[in-house]
Write a protein that binds this ligand. Sequence first.
Ligand code: ADP
Ligand code: MG
Length: 692
Amino acid sequence: SDDSADVDAPPGGSAAPGAPGGRKLTAHEEILALRKRLPVFKYREEFLEAVRDHQVLVVVGETGSGKTTQLPQYLHEVGYTKVGKVGCTQPRRVAAMSVAARVSQEMDKKLGQEVGYSIRFEDCTSDATVVKYMTDGMLLRELLTEPDLGGYSVMMIDEAHERTLHTDVLFGLVKDISRFRPDFKLIISSATLDAEKFSKFFDDAVIFIFPGHMYPVDILYTKAPEADYLDAAVVTVLQAHISQPVPGDILVFLTGQEEIETCAEILTQRTRGLGSRIKELLVCPIYASLPSDQQAKIFEPTPPGSRKVVLGTNIAETSLTIDGICFVVDTGFCKQKSYNPRSGMESLIVTPVSKAASRQRSGRAGRTQPGKCFRLFTAWSFQHELEDNTVPEIQRTNMGNVVLLLKSLGINDLLHFEFMDPPPPETLIRALEQLYALGALNDRGELTKLGRRMAEFPLDPMLSKTVIAAEKYGCVEEVLSICAMLSCGNSVFYRPKDHAVHADNARLNFARGGGGDHGTLMRVYNQWVETNYSTQWCYENYVQVRSLNRARDIREQLEGLCERVEVEISSNPTEMEGIAKAMTSGFFYNTAKMSKSGDYKTIKNQHTVYIHPSSVLHKQEDPPLWLVYHELAFTTKEYMRSCIDIKPEWLVEIAPHYYNGKDIADSAAKKLPKVVGAVSKAQKKPVKNVAA
Ligand code: ADP
Ligand code: MG
């Protein structure tokens, strides 16, 4: 096609700094030259032929070889975007945004025009968009409005090896679409060589391998286990920085934003302490809620004579490629969801990575030259303690959300849905039970009107239910603000160590008026709105501007969705009872009661849990006897994050099919009931019928 012309001229090569006529290359010409040096470029024609000749193609290539950024462009260049969009899914938000930004730059177009991205609560596409990057979760939602993906000529399910829940569910759905849409091309792309499994699932689809070259990577283990991997990581980075030659950047794998921020802080301090005796060390954190200009910093070339250290999570394992990395520091841990279908408890836990993940991590050091990987654990531990492979997310997560989506897509028989690796049956049954308890499914397991409305919201079913229930209690405005604040994916409060007391006071000020953390979030939001979204006000009150701005965006969208599903907007900001009842309508599963010893026990499982230190209800003089929590987080203990105090009789009023008088009878007495009939017979039976 015509567009491919600028890719074919002028001839690229690793030593082609000049344009014809000896003038210097423009920035864009330089980018084009870079495109041609990527490993996939040599196979462009073969790849396009394979797509032409096969409906489903499994592609495999090393991380950084150009699959994500180049393949959709190749398809665009030869005309696939003339008959529909070329879509490409990513398991992570950051990757979808960053890759789309890169590709729009390569195509010399404004982001959001020809090239765009779509992630939850943020749509950066337009009518002009023909190459669209999106999270796998967003594509699932798109299926609700376009079940045949009619607007797409090609869909690339990228990072398939990550096996996220959404990607796994997509496999079954897109496979079905490819059966009845012969014009639809499907590409499954993976960074690891276990492509056979993908090929088999897609009826023995052809596997296309992009050969890549990897330089050797020296693996160095610690002699003894590290007591504190964060501290060990800092020391290792500093040692590598001082003793290893430049150029050669460092990539550190940590488990989450908080850790990344701490590590960045310590590294900045210590290198400042060393002053000019060492080369400059540029500390570059990367995580989802980092502003995009700072995210972009990790890709900027390191100035000569200095070194860059990138601090990231497993996002840097395969989703993002940063050029110039020669040293990898692998803590051996990542944060992983874990789910116990019996108790229904889901938590994020810092977990040892698998051997496969650790190998991926070390591989990041050998892309452009020989490298080194410092594993902060022992060789024995690698051999004997790490699992071979990461368990697919579908086998360790709550599926409520996905089950509601599948039901909305008209897929009723979930036990016969084509899963690559099926979820444990208890997980499916638990999800059905929970949706039934929320009123989203009837006793035959069919979607109810309420369920249909709930599915419209890109929220967890418990939150969707809360929003819809708020109508009854006349506090939709307030609940929308709270839900938006809970969904902004970031801490709302800012607590600098040297101002901790001031910050805590500011936070507790918002707590006045009751309603626990939920009431607090509402007041923060409302007061911010009253100041006309003042940034200064945020500074003065130790509130994160970015979080509030995001919450504002989310809230706007949720309000739009309310209109669509005909939830009437109402408001009553001073009446906490209605708000607490709305929260209880969605979260009655997450109820805990104070025990004699002063900690809390969940009503359902008598599981011991604690109020998170960040909660305004933490260490209160008059702690609530009963509360509903938003989520559990496991760090040193099982913590309830975001709590609101409730009255036990509401449970029977709001969820009579779930709680009976007996469950709450002892609320006055200090003793806990021995047996809690939380799951009534009435709901277990029909669900079994559904499953069978
Ligand atoms: P793959 O999907 O095979 O892992 P990508 O297409 O993501 O590979 O990346 C190919 C190359 O594009 C990378 O090696 C890197 O050089 C470059 N690249 C990708 N994203 C960016 C970005 N945001 N900024 C700068 N360069 C990038
Ligand atoms: Mg990729």
